[in-house]
Design a protein around this ligand. Sequence first.
Ligand SMILES: C[S@@+](CC[C@H](N)C(=O)[O-])C[C@H]1O[C@@H](n2cnc3c(N)ncnc32)[C@H](O)[C@@H]1O
Length: 278
Amino acid sequence: MDDHSFYWWSKKLEERAGIVIPASRKQFLASNLNQRVRANRCQNEEEYYARVLEGPLGAREWAQLIDCLTVHQTHFFRHLPSVELVRAEARHWYAESQGRKRELHAWSVGCSTGEEAWTLGMILASEAASYQRAYYSVLGTDVSQPALSLARQARYDRERLREIPGNYRERWCLEDDLGFSIHPDLRRRVAFATLNLLDDSAAPVLSNLHLIYCQNVLIYMPRRTRHQILNRFAALLRPGGVLLLGPGEVMTWEHEDMETIDNPRTLAFRRRERGKQA
Ligand SMILES: C[S@@+](CC[C@H](N)C(=O)[O-])C[C@H]1O[C@@H](n2cnc3c(N)ncnc32)[C@H](O)[C@@H]1O
């Protein structure tokens, strides 16, 4: 792949799908693209691009290409210090909500095949269970439709059970001969939607969130783009709400409404209560 072609494809991918492919991953783009060109029996990349513009079948092929180009690796309870922070925050939020509605709303951004959203669901549901009337919801979003369709199926191989701590496993996972599925009680509270983070006009109707959990998603994006996305996240949180990123995901972001949560093993920010400025 020459530089011109790399530039053309990376621009198209960023504009249309929000996928950022840095120059260091040129070979990765070239080999995946090549594979899709051959799989579609096209003569070259130009013919392939014309193919992806052709009606519903083209749209399906475009989704397939995006899926090849995005890293979907994920786990249940992936980063334990962050998970522990969510648990502590949820416990605190529910306990503090006396007189107010006990409800928590969380967003798992770039949720891939769903493990992160289900993890948040298991924690919030388990904390809510201490109260008679406590509610929660989790929305998982991703740019990859194939990944989301696996998330919605909520079925996983048996070996993945090892990632889930025993108490959560017993309550929320239903084992069968082939693996396990997520308990229907949890499935009623966790939803999934397609969302390209770079397309701010397409953001789902979200506001007043208690938690935005975004790990291993922003790492490939340029710094300016990351900061724009984080500024949008800050505006979607309720006062006191928490933004939890992957450790090392951003180095220099600051926002007047957000303060860093002092926890050396996580990268987390809290939205200041109204009237409290830095
Ligand atoms: C490595 S996975 C991380 C999954 C999960 N957050 C975790 O930490 O285990 C990264 C996910 O981000 C998604 N992603 C990448 N660029 C995106 C974009 N512009 N908008 C939405 N999702 C995106 C990918 O499709 C992929 O599923």
